[in-house]
Ligand binder design. Structure first.
Ligand SMILES: Nc1ncnc2c1ncn2[C@@H]1O[C@H](COP(=O)(O)OP(=O)(O)OP(=O)(O)O)[C@@H](O)[C@H]1O
Length: 392
């Protein structure tokens, strides 16, 4: 899949952009603050309907304007896909596919697949569990769009259950009966989410081990993935080791029901839900230790890169290359990591790269570029390097 044409209206710093793009690598180059990241952020938004930089939609809309529009024509094999998103902060967004409005905007999720690697990804290794849960759940939904509904319902039930727990201690009686009903919804949805996360980690783990070995080189400690759960997992997390059977949603719902019952007194005391996927964490291991708190800065950066390359490999293995977006990352990589990333970037169906200095981008990725300056983004096509065939 690749973006053939991108049009933005009032998106971030861009009043209007109208840009034709091609398959293969394209470098967006320009001075700091010219709006390069804003352009590729719009492509990422097509996939997750969120930004990799901030929570919420308000910052996506150009200061002073009421709404933003992202419109993209995508090519998938010999088929064309037109996606239009109207971003309305504070109100629901509107999405059209091939000019047909979607009843619910979240039905877009899973249709456009991107893998975006950016400096913010260091937080996947060093930051709060929230970052890693979001990474897992975004990828879950990309692979299984049905889970967008499960995720949204879980968040809604969690909110309502938390509100009830805050008042239940005083009200008791009726409130406790209502709590039983919410427990049923929470554990049913939680079991589905948990099973899907564990399956995803089992699928991603071998790609992560390979990608880290490629990035960090011979002799580096092996990288692995695990899961830290608020419910006991069979064999102390064995469900996430390669080849192990992943528990079913029903088994995990049952385990969650038991744990919720055990912790009811604590939950009433604290007025919040203490059991469930919203409190779990993806654990990234380097050798025998969890990377968070142990890995050096360079190792953490390599792990973040490997996690994104593993994601790319996983999605590619399912039949179609996702669009690879590399935001401002080459300047901070050493020669070995640059080469590992360039090899994947070169092979992807479409790679969008931002850089303030063109020379920071490996030469083999520099064929087509978009020069970004003074509110304009202009495609400049260089001569195709000898021996290569590209259709920019
Ligand atoms: N909602 C908005 N409305 C207007 N301008 C915005 C909005 N959001 C961001 N900007 C502006 O966009 C600019 C940043 O754009 P962007 O992050 O794309 O820069 P960049 O070219 O990638 O820079 P760098 O090379 O420093 O990473 C800033 O000047 C910022 O003030």
């Amino acid at each position: 899949m690749y973006v053939r044409h991108l049009q933005l209206g009032s998106f971030r710093s861009w009043e209007r952009v109208d840009l034709a793009l091609g398959p293969g690598p394209t470098v967006f180059v320009g001075r700091n603050g010219e709006g390069k990241t804003n352009l590729v952020e719009a492509v990422g938004y097509l996939a997750t309907m969120s930004s990799h930089r901030v929570a919420g939609d308000a910052p996506m809309v150009r200061h002073g304007d009421p709404q933003a529009v992202v419109r993209a024509a995508l090519r998938r094999g010999d088929r064309e896909l037109l996606v239009e998103i109207e971003i309305n902060p504070g109100r629901s967004n509107r999405v059209r596919i091939n000019r047909n409005p979607l009843p619910r905007p979240r039905e877009l999720l899973g249709l456009v697949r991107t893998v975006l690697f950016a400096p913010e990804d260091l937080a996947l290794v060093r930051g709060d569990p929230t970052e890693r849960r979001r990474f897992l759940d975004d990828l879950l939904v990309t692979r299984m769009p049905r889970l967008a509904g499960v995720r949204a319902d879980y968040d809604r039930v969690l909110k309502q259950r938390n509100a009830l727990l805050k008042t239940a201690r005083l009200a008791r009686g009726k409130a406790i009966e209502t709590l039983d009903v919410w427990d049923g919804h929470l554990t049913d949805l939680g079991g589905q989410l948990l099973a899907a996360r564990l399956q995803l980690i089992a699928d991603l783990a071998p790609h992560m081990a390979q990608a880290y070995a490629d990035v960090a080189g011979e002799g580096a400690a092996p990288a692995g993935l695990g899961y830290s759960a608020t419910v006991p997992l069979a064999g102390d997390g064995a469900a996430v080791s390669p080849g192990a059977r992943v528990c079913s949603a029903e088994e995990l719902t049952a385990a969650m029901q038991q744990r919720v019952a055990e912790r009811r007194a604590d939950e009433l005391d604290r007025g919040m839900t203490l059991v469930g996927p919203h409190r779990d964490d993806l654990v990234i291991h380097l050798g025998p230790a969890p990377a968070k708190g142990f890995a050096s800065h360079g190792e953490s950066w390599s792990l973040a890169l490997a996690l994104k390359l593993a994601t790319f490999a996983l999605l590619r293995g399912e039949g179609e290359d996702p669009i690879l977006i590399l935001d401002d990352v080459f300047a901070t990589l050493d020669a070995e990591r640059r080469a590992a990333l360039a090899a994947v970037a070169r092979s992807a169906e479409q790679t969008l790269i931002t850089a303030a200095v063109l020379e920071d981008v490996p030469a083999e990725l520099r064929g087509a570029r978009v020069e970004v300056a003074d509110g304009f983004a202009v495609m400049v096509k260089d001569a195709v390097p000898v021996g290569e065939e590209r259709v920019p």
